[in-house]
Design a protein around this ligand. Structure first.
Ligand code: OOG
Ligand code: NI
Length: 463
């Protein structure tokens, strides 16, 4: 009997989710179409260089999703569904703390972790967990009612979880079971037609639109799905030309002449979707909620901790100089700061230990009898070894907060006189029942493994 491997399940799940979301949110399909057009144009214009951070096949299929759940129990179940697809929790993001936002969630991202799996299909899902115990957002009374409401709902049917566990253990599923798993899995993330209790939803909305989206309904849904594009500035222009209203900025590093690092993201505003509401007297009416949107992203090189410290420092500088300026003026300031302080070549990023690379022995270097130098920078400079950038596979808390925030209708409320509840990476690991992995350690391992191979290939082990 034929079987479907984990990576095939992951690719199929991403593709079907994309198809489902396109039916639910047609503007998403436009975003995917425009992204594909931009990618084809970039490939034509730049050739092989366009594929330096991932093959065109990978980039075309690449998506990240975002989902939001209410309890540790629900999060642990999500982890089982994604575990079936070879995706593991990586990174901890505390969006309660992000600048100027009031989003009561902590988050992680489920994604493949090793290079080969990422190359096959890098599907990732930014997954947020509500923090109802944080007194800055929720009174004890609301906290208690939220917990009761959340404890009574079932997001994932037992059959889905059983199939997921089997796929995780066996690393594959027989074709028929795979089909069933995919169908139930995608269904679990569809927007439910069940009426929304309007008074309850609105009570939560006064705290935060995200709290209402999570805890105001009895199911979960995909919040957005994000294609990857090779030129996000061009994409932004083309979407705007088509009359689609985008948020006013591209989050993350500015557009500039040097190498792209980390992640640049933008989105179109959440659209009003019809939802059935149940009123206090038991009657129903059709209302509208704005929670789901379309996002797009361009990915750059992964930075080391030192590189990230430089990045965060530069953002701080830009904030100081661009306070209360328009998005456009801020963009110019950002570019200026970048040109002054950010290395403008991959070579310099590598030499200063600011970014991650994999190193591969160069083919076709004449064996002139000379010994390769021991120093890595020299090995690259003299052409013994090629340095290939490692693409950033994760998220940025500040951009995430910006994306959340720019798509919320209300400001929400946060009582800053209260002490926040400590939720950290260790707490989240406990909630999921799996270690939340450190992204830096994953990139570093890829780099170190490649260096070990270089050492073997060039016989440097005793040098
Ligand atoms: C998640 C927002 C974060 C990103 O790309 O940074 C995110 C959400 O809105 O649930 O998806
Ligand atoms: Ni996103």
């Amino acid at each position: 009997m034929s079987t479907i491997s984990q990576w095939q399940l992951r690719a199929a799940f991403a593709a079907r989710l994309s198809q489902m979301y396109g039916q639910e949110v047609p503007a998403y399909t436009t975003l995917v179409d425009v992204s594909r057009e931009v990618n084809e144009d970039v490939l034509r214009a730049r050739g092989a260089d366009a594929e330096r951070l991932g093959s065109i096949g990978r980039v075309t299929a690449e998506r990240h999703g975002a989902i939001r759940v209410g309890t540790p129990r629900e999060l642990a179940q999500v982890a089982r569904v994604f575990g079936a697809l070879g995706m593991h929790p990586v990174g901890f993001y505390d969006l309660r703390e992000a600048a100027a936002s009031a989003v009561p969630v902590v988050s992680t991202a489920f994604r493949p972790v090793d290079g080969e799996e990422l190359a096959r299909n890098p599907f990732r899902v930014f997954t947020s967990l509500l923090t109802p115990a944080d007194p800055r957002f929720f009174t004890p009374d609301l906290h208690a009612r939220l917990e009761t409401f959340l404890a009574a709902r079932v997001l994932f049917p037992p059959e889905l979880l059983a199939l997921a566990d089997r796929a995780a253990t066996e690393r594959e599923l027989p074709r028929q079971d795979a089909e069933r798993f995919l169908r139930l899995g995608v269904q679990a993330f569809e927007l439910s037609a069940e009426p929304v209790d309007r008074a309850w939803y609105q009570e939560l909305e006064r705290v935060s639109a995200v709290a209402a989206d999570i805890g105001g309904v009895r199911s979960t849904h995909i919040n957005h799905l994000t294609p990857r594009v090779l030129d996000i500035d061009e994409l932004y222009r083309r979407m705007t030309d088509r009359g689609i209203e985008m948020i006013d900025t591209i989050q993350g590093p500015p557009a500039w002449k040097g190498p792209d690092v980390l992640l640049r993201q933008t989105s179109f505003k959440a659209l009003a979707e019809p939802r059935t509401m149940r009123l206090a007297d038991g009657s129903v009416e059709t209302g509208a909620l704005r929670v789901r949107f379309g996002e797009v992203e361009a990915r750059g090189i992964a930075l080391t901790r030192e590189g990230r410290a430089l990045y965060d420092g530069l953002l701080g500088r830009i904030d100081e100089q661009a306070l209360r300026m328009s998005a456009e003026a801020r963009g110019d300031i950002a570019r200026g700061v970048w040109e002054q302080h950010m290395p403008d070549s991959e070579e310099e990023l590598a030499a200063r230990g600011l970014a991650y690379f994999t190193y591969v022995p160069a083919e076709g270097r004449p064996r002139d009898g000379g010994r390769p130098p021991a120093d890595l920078t020299e090995l690259v400079r003299q052409g013994w070894v090629r340095a290939e950038p490692i693409v950033y596979e994760d998220f940025l808390p500040r951009s995430a907060a910006g994306i959340f925030q720019s798509n919320l209708s209300g400001e929400g409320t946060r009582d800053n006189d209260q002490e926040g509840t400590a939720y950290d990476a260790a707490w989240l690991s406990g909630a999921i029942g799996l270690d939340v992995l450190d992204p830096y350690a994953l990139y570093a391992r890829q780099q170190t493994d490649s260096l070990a191979q270089v050492a073997r290939a060039l016989d440097l082990t005793d040098a």
